[in-house]
Every structure is written in C-alpha cells, then in structure tokens.
Design a protein around this ligand. Structure first.
Ligand code: NAD
Length: 341
C-alpha cells in the first residue's frame, strides 16, 4: 500500500514494486511511484515481500543472502522451507509471528481472518432463502435467522459480530472455554457441549477419537435448530476437524446454509467440497477458498501494515536488514536463516 511505502522510505528503505502488483486492489503503479517507490523487478531486492508461499520458480529468482517475508505455510509446505534453505534465503513466515501483545500489529493471521469471518456471513446471507433480521411488515412478521458459529477464534468472533449486526440471533461454540465470555460480549449465546480441548500456546488441541464422536453426536442435535452454520475450526498444522457430519446436514431445515471456512485444511463439514458451493439435502454448503482475496482493498491494506511492522523490526538505523535474533518475534517467525561465513 502506498502509505506503507512512505513510512519505509522514511526509514531509509528503497522500495521496488512489480508492475501491476496493486491492480487486484485497484492501485495503479502511479500511486506507488507517487509514494516514492520505483517500478521494477522486485526479485533482486535484499528483502522480498509477498502474500502466498513462493513457487519453486520464484525461489529460483531470489538471491542467496536475501530475505523473504510472507505466508509460507511452514507447518504443511515443508518442501518450500527446504527449497528456501537450499537457496540461502532467510525467510520469515507471517503464520509464525507469535501472538503476543507486542506483535499484534504484525498478526497477519488475525487481520486476514477478520476479513474472512466478515465475508463468510455476507456469503451466508446471500445464499440464504431467509432474511437475517426480524421484520415487521404489513404482510406479517418475519422471525430473525438463527446463526451458529463453530470455532470462535478471530474469524469466528468477526462472524458472530457481523451476523449480529445483520440482525440474526447468534450462538458460538468452541473447545476453548475462555472463548465463552468473548462470545457473550458480542451478544451471542454460548453453546456448551462439555468438551474442553486446550493445547499448546493456548490453541485448541486435536480431540481424541472418543471426544470427537461425542462432539459430533452432540452437534448433530444442536445444529438442527439453526438456519445458518459458519465453521472456522482449525488446529495448526493438522487436517481440520469434522464438526458437521452428513447426518447433521440431513437434519437441517431445507434452505439452510453452511459456510465452511476450513476448506483449505479439508473442511469442517463432511459434505464440504473445498472451493465449491454445493447443495446437499436441500442445504447449501459453501466452502470458499482465500476469502480475503475477495476484499482486496482492506485485506491488502491490513496485510501491508502487518508485513511492514515486521520488516521495520529488523531494520537498523540506516535502513539495512539487521535482525536482532534475541527478539522472540523475529526468532520465532524466522523459518530459514542464512548464516554468513
Ligand atoms: P484457528 O484458526 O487456529 O482456529 C479457529 C478456532 O477453531 C479456534 O478458536 C479453535 O479453538 C477452534 N477449534 C479447533 N478445533 C476445534 C474443535 N474440534 N471444535 C471446536 N472448535 C475448535 O484460531 P485463530 O483464530 O487463528 O486463533 C485462535 C487463538 O489465537 C486463540 O488462542 C486466540 O486467543 C489467539 N490469538 C491471540 C492474539 C493475541 O494478540 N494475543 C491474537 C489473535 C489470536
């Protein structure tokens, strides 16, 4: 984003932008040059910043000793990490930025999850055969929609807030009990199924087989009463848990909608087809991939602030890259490191 360029220029950094890089977010090259950037080949820069993990062709264009910052899927795309290491690239994964207060401005998982949670509700509303709000009209009263959010991390909280703003009656469910108060603070009900599963770093852990069977059974009963189900449940580095079984979908009212945000890691609904919208048992099941890309302006604005905050943390007074490896934010987000001889 042009504003970020001005800030980096102020720190002594020369910024090169690939021609057309901003077109998806409706930012023409001229706005970058007006902010002080040069349009050119970014791959020869000391630091390369991108969004998605690099392809092997892109890794081939990085010079040894350079730095790469972006989403690198370090827990699942091991071959990318190996290729970056072999190429002598020092790489920082945005997914690995520790979620501590000091690093909140660099938390790209959260900024993008906010976009996804918001957009998931809009998608559910447009697929729904019913209104979200209660309507009192001359033709009679329409009851508000009921929306259940399964997995209430950052995307789930945003989904609850957005569904509430549209007038739905909202309910949230998670295996981390600390989430209950956050759910209630958004005016939603807390669905308590009596299963707690907190693991490393405050994230959810995978359920045991017995817990999983119990959870699915209880959710089958609970889900029947909802018009809209939005699922966001993930366990870092694992396949997404199945929360909505085929039987649960069968039990939903015709015209109901499931939006499954976990499609990239396999999906939370047994009938999900990642990347597609399908109708099964008269229920629409949508599993959009990369929802933040459908809101390019704000998704890019937030992401560019996240990456520039991380980049600024590793700059010295002259604008050169000089990471302090004692800083836990840099040490933990670094996935490969080129050590000079
Ligand atoms: P995520 O995308 O990994 O998972 C989404 C949600 O799914 C989580 O709330 C998780 O508990 C839930 N989940 C996983 N398995 C489940 C199951 N079987 N059944 C029901 N729910 C299940 O999570 P996220 O949104 O990236 O982040 C959540 C964590 O990160 C939380 O611990 C949150 O407090 C923390 N966080 C901290 C900060 C900070 O600044 N300190 C910022 C953002 C997030």
């Amino acid at each position: 984003m042009p504003k970020v360029i001005e800030k980096l220029r102020g720190r002594g950094v020369e910024v090169v932008v690939e021609s057309g890089a901003g077109l998806g977010a409706l930012i023409p090259d001229e706005l970058y040059t007006a902010a002080g950037a040069r349009i050119g080949d970014p791959w020869s820069a000391n630091v390369v910043v991108k969004v998605a993990p690099p392809t092997s062709e892109e890794i081939g264009r990085l010079s040894s000793g350079s730095t790469l910052i972006g989403f690198l899927a370090p827990l699942t795309a091991k071959e990318t990490t190996a290729a970056l290491k072999a190429a002598g690239v020092t790489a920082f994964a945005m997914e690995s930025v520790p979620r501590i207060s000091r690093a909140q401005s660099m938390d790209a998982l959260s900024s993008q999850a906010n976009v996804a949670g918001y957009k998931a509700v809009l998608l559910a509303a447009s697929e729904s055969t019913r209104f979200f709000p209660m309507l009192t009209t001359a033709a009679g009263t329409v009851k508000p929609a009921t929306a259940l959010v399964l997995g209430v991390g950052v995307a789930g909280l945003q989904a609850l807030a957005t569904a509430k703003r549209l007038g739905a009656r909202t309910t949230g469910y998670d295996v981390r009990p600390e989430v209950a108060d956050q759910v209630r603070s958004l005016g939603a009900q807390w669905l308590d199924l009596g299963i707690e599963a907190v693991g490393e770093g405050g994230y959810a852990r995978e359920l045991t087989e017995a817990e999983r069977a119990e959870q699915q059974k209880r959710l089958e009963e609970a889900i029947t009463g909802f018009d809209i189900v939005i699922t966001t449940a993930n366990v870092p580095g694992r396949t997404a848990p199945t929360l909505v079984t085929a039987k649960a979908v069968e039990g939903m009212k015709p015209g109901s909608v499931v939006v499954d945000l976990a499609g990239e890691s396999g999906g939370n609904c047994e009938l999900t087809e990642p990347g597609r919208t399908v109708v099964k048992h008269d229920v629409t099941i949508a599993s959009p991939l990369n929802l933040p890309a459908t809101m390019p302006e704000h998704a890019s604005e937030l992401y560019s602030r996240n990456v520039s905050a991380l980049l600024e943390l590793m700059l010295d007074d002259t604008g050169a890259v000089a990471p302090n490896w004692d800083d836990e934010v840099l040490a933990k987000s670094c996935v490969t490191r080129e050590v000079a001889n």
